[in-house]
Design a protein around this ligand. Structure first.
Ligand code: GAR
Length: 187
C-alpha cells in the first residue's frame, strides 16, 4: 500500500501524536507521519517525534510567520493530511483555504456541543450524563467542520476533570486512528 504523507500539529503533551505514530507503523495504516509541527518550543510531545526519528519543527513565531514557514515546508514535503492533535493556535482562514479538505482536528466533546475551551469543566458543571470526543474536518469556523467520527463516554457521579479527561483521551486515541482509516477507505 502506498501511504499518504501526513503531519501532526501539537502544542502540548502529544499523547494523541504518540498514538497516531504508533498506529501508523502498521503496514495497512493509510498514512505515514512525515513531520511534526509545534507552535510551542516547550511542547512535551516533541519527544515522540525525536523518539521515532520524525522530522519536527517548533516555531514560537507570530501567526503570519508561523504559517508562512509551515506552508512552505508542507508543500515541499507534499503533505496530504494535516492532523491537529491538541494544537491550541487558531489557524488563519488563508491557511485553512490553502489546505481545504486536508485538515482534521480532535476535540474533547461530542460536537456540536461544547465547542471551545475547558470542555470537561463545562460538561461537569452542566451535570451531563455523557460526553466524548469528535474528529472532524476543519473549516473556517471554530470546531465546526464535517464530523468524521464521535466516541461517547459515560460520566460517573464521582468523575472530576482529571478522571473525565483520562476517560475521554482513552477514546480519543482510538477515534483519531479510526477517523484517518475512514477518510482514506471512502476514497
Ligand atoms: C486532547 O484531549 C484534545 O482533544 C484537546 O487537547 C488534548 C491534547 O492532548 N484538544 C483541544 O482541546 C482542541 N480544542 P495531547 O497533546 O496529549 O494529545
Amino acid at each position: 500500500m502506498v501511504k499518504k504523507k501526513a503531519c501532526v500539529f501539537i502544542s502540548g503533551s502529544g499523547t494523541n501524536l504518540r498514538s497516531i505514530i504508533s498506529n501508523s507503523r502498521d503496514y495497512n495504516f493509510p498514512i505515514n507521519i512525515c513531520l511534526v509541527v509545534s507552535n510551542n518550543k516547550k511542547a512535551k510531545g516533541i519527544i515522540y517525534a525525536k523518539k521515532f526519528s520524525i522530522p519536527h519543527m517548533s516555531l514560537s513565531a507570530n501567526k503570519y510567520d508561523f504559517e508562512k514557514t509551515v506552508i512552505k515546508t508542507l508543500n515541499e514535503k507534499k503533505i496530504k493530511l494535516i492532523c491537529l492533535a491538541g494544537f491550541m493556535k487558531i489557524l488563519s482562514k488563508k491557511f485553512i483555504r490553502e489546505f481545504k479538505g486536508e485538515i482534521i482536528n480532535i476535540h474533547p466533546s461530542l460536537l456540536p456541543m461544547y465547542k471551545g475551551l475547558n470542555t470537561f469543566q463545562r460538561v461537569l458543571k452542566s451535570k451531563e450524563k455523557f460526553t466524548g470526543c469528535t474528529v472532524h474536518f476543519v473549516d473556517e469556523k471554530l470546531d465546526n467542520g464535517k464530523i468524521i467520527i464521535k466516541k461517547r463516554v459515560i460520566i460517573d457521579k464521582k468523575d472530576n476533570v482529571d478522571t473525565l479527561k483520562k476517560k475521554v483521551q482513552f477514546q480519543e486515541y482510538k477515534a483519531y486512528s479510526s477517523a484517518i482509516r475512514k477518510i482514506f477507505s471512502s476514497g
